[in-house]
Design a binder for this molecule. Structure first.
Ligand code: PBG
Length: 334
């Protein structure tokens, strides 16, 4: 077989560089857009704080007070970001994660406060998982033998989901990786008249080392790991299977998480389902770029933008990123 490129005489017959000559021409040839509306800001709110508390492993990210959270939400909306995903850090934890479905629990109180602040300018979303609320740090409740009890956990998710919907969350982010979680929460929402509350299924969520900084952010109590419920990082087919299941159970949106180490899964899931697919650029992805930039090893802004663009290119309709507000500002400034 002739593997030489085609020539006109001694010249290349095909010149892809023609498309790259000027910024405007490159703009015409660009395949992927990154816009503020593609971004969702994850944010932490901690019960009992009197001032925002910096998170050491995530420079620039804080645990918010209710007041600072409201301001961050307003700023995100102002920058053109589409949504905010709320995580609560309670002052007290127990085995069943009672704070999760308590209407006076920090996450539910914060949800109502943010919803009142931003109205429809920002889509208010909540993490629906027990790990921040349990004293053992697992995403579900435990059986007598110490394993995570799938079906008992579904009952807790149902209670938590209803509490979040009542508090004003528009999108419930089911991140606990229990089997049947989407169907269980959807059925309960519909039964209580919350037919317009969206369910975001964290369908392909992998047991990742890159969640490290998040565990500091939520003061995680976890000993051990989540390998009996989160996916094995080696498995691509299984990620697609989970996404198809979530879609069949009625998920309005499915998630792939983490993002950058799983771009192949993201592409396959995008091709397999017909609902929107979101990706979560997680704490460790944020920390790596911030750390390299702080050392002067990479150009921070260029690296952040390239990372977000790559996630969009791989198939994400929207991206959860801790840089959402800042990146939206850059994008708006052109
Ligand atoms: C679980 C949850 C986690 C993250 C979001 N939701 C942590 C985990 O599964 O251990 C991680 C997010 C991040 O690392 O930025 N409720």
């Amino acid at each position: 077989m002739n593997r030489r490129p085609p020539l006109n005489g001694s010249f290349p017959a095909v010149r892809p560089r023609r498309l790259r000559q000027t910024p405007v021409l490159r703009g015409l040839a660009r395949e992927t857009d990154l816009l503020p509306r593609h971004l969702v800001l994850p944010a932490f709110v901690r019960e009992g704080l009197s001032a925002p508390a910096p998170i050491g492993s995530m420079p620039g990210v804080v645990q918010h007070t209710l007041d600072s959270l409201r301001r961050a939400a307003a700023e995100a909306a102002e920058a053109g970001v589409s949504g905010i995903m709320l995580f609560g850090v309670p002052a007290v934890r127990d085995a069943r994660g009672s704070g999760a479905d308590d209407p006076d629990g920090i996450l539910n109180v914060a949800t109502a406060a943010v919803a009142a602040e931003v109205g429809d300018a920002l889509v208010v979303q909540t993490d629906l998982c027990l790990d921040e609320f349990t004293d053992h740090g697992h995403c579900g409740v435990l059986a007598a033998d110490g394993t995570v009890d799938n079906d008992a956990t579904l009952e807790r998710y149902v209670a938590m989901g209803l509490a979040q919907a009542r508090a004003g969350s528009r999108v419930l982010g089911l991140s606990g990786m229990m089997d049947g979680q989407v169907a269980a929460v959807r059925e309960a929402l519909d039964g209580e008249g919350f037919t317009d509350t969206l369910v975001l299924g964290y369908a392909a969520k992998y047991a990742s080392a890159f969640y490290g900084p998040f565990r500091e952010a939520v003061d995680s109590q976890l000993q051990g790991d989540r390998r009996t419920y989160q996916l094995d990082p080696g498995n691509r087919r299984e990620g697609v299977r989970e996404a198809l299941l979530d879609e069949a159970e009625g998920a309005d949106i499915v998630m792939v998480k983490p993002a950058m180490a799983f771009l192949d899964v993201l592409r396959e899931v995008r091709d397999a389902v017909s609902v929107p697919v979101w990706a979560y650029q997680i704490s460790g992805e944020y920390a790596m770029i911030e750390a390299a930039a702080a050392n002067g090893w990479i150009d921070r802004r260029a690296a952040v933008q390239e990372s977000l663009l790559s996630i969009r290119r791989a198939g994400a309709d929207a991206v959860l990123t801790y840089w959402a507000t800042e990146a939206a500002g850059w994008l708006r400034a052109g």
